[in-house]
Design a protein around this ligand. Structure first.
Ligand code: CTP
Ligand code: CA
Length: 235
């Protein structure tokens, strides 16, 4: 079967996808953000809907058009995203965390716009505090059960000590999810582009390399990996 001619193997299933990048406000006009466009998550939501799933897309500042045929919950911050995902995850068969969730938020959010003064010595310093890890929370909440299937994404640049693949394996183990979509990123790779090259790492040790292809094809291959992990449908 080619892409676009797939069976409706997610009929009767509920799928939650988070997509985009969260923004953490500093004051009423400024935020800390990231470079995620939401394109891969939107492709996943659209593909799951086309395969018959009832899809909730938790959308954080998407820079691409919304797909049709899915329920959209718009969020801004990581905390809002967490709340929306946890709510939607109740009774879901699959949760895909494609969103780039801010790891940290400013410890304080100014009520009014932060202003410069004449004294550079008084320039502000921003203190950050950690946001909750939504993916880990989902894995912990199912407490040993296998539902929902939880899929994480990892954007890695690699570092001098460890390869992107090593970092991905460590992250999969740390997060405890069922599948990790590992993505090598850089300033010109991965973000806001129509293509992606990924490795699908399964919690069972499986590994599938996907050479650079469209984010739509990546979405189908991710779902192909998820379907065998689903519990038998309740009829
Ligand atoms: N994630 C999440 N909540 C967070 C941060 C990340 O749910 N507060 C999810 C992302 O949606 C993604 C996965 O965790 O599916 C991995 O995100 P990533 O940023 O690669 O991992 P981190 O654990 O935040 O580690 P790092 O220090 O490498 O950023
Ligand atoms: Ca992170």
């Amino acid at each position: 079967l080619g892409v676009g001619a797939r069976r409706r193997d997610l009929a009767g299933r509920r799928v939650v996808v988070s997509a985009g990048g969260t923004r953490e406000p500093l004051d009423p006009v400024r935020f800390l953000g990231n470079r995620s466009s939401g394109r891969q998550g939107v492709a996943l939501a659209a593909a799951a809907a086309a395969r018959g799933a009832a899809v909730t897309l938790v959308a954080a500042h998407l820079e691409v058009p919304l797909p049709s045929g899915v329920d959209v919950v718009a969020v801004g911050t990581a905390e809002q995203l967490r709340e929306a995902v946890v709510t939607a995850a109740t009774g879901a068969d699959v949760v895909v965390m494609a969103a780039a969730v801010a790891d940290f938020r400013p410890a304080e959010r100014a009520e009014a716009k932060i202003k410069k003064t004449d004294d550079p010595a008084a320039d502000p310093e921003i203190r950050l505090v950690r946001n909750p890890d939504v993916l880990r929370g989902l894995v912990e909440a199912r407490a040993g059960a296998r539902t929902p299937v939880v899929v994480g994404f990892a954007a890695e640049t690699g570092d001098p000590g460890r390869s992107v693949l090593q970092l991905g394996r460590e992250k999969l183990a740390r997060k405890g999810c069922d599948l990790l979509v590992l993505n090598e990123v850089g300033e010109t790779r991965g973000f806001a582009t129509p293509t992606n090259a990924v490795t699908l790492l399964g919690a069972d040790g499986t590994e599938r390399e996907v050479a650079e292809t469209s984010k739509d094809v990546v979405a189908e291959l991710v779902l192909d990996a998820v379907v065998p992990m689903l519990a038998p449908p309740i009829s």
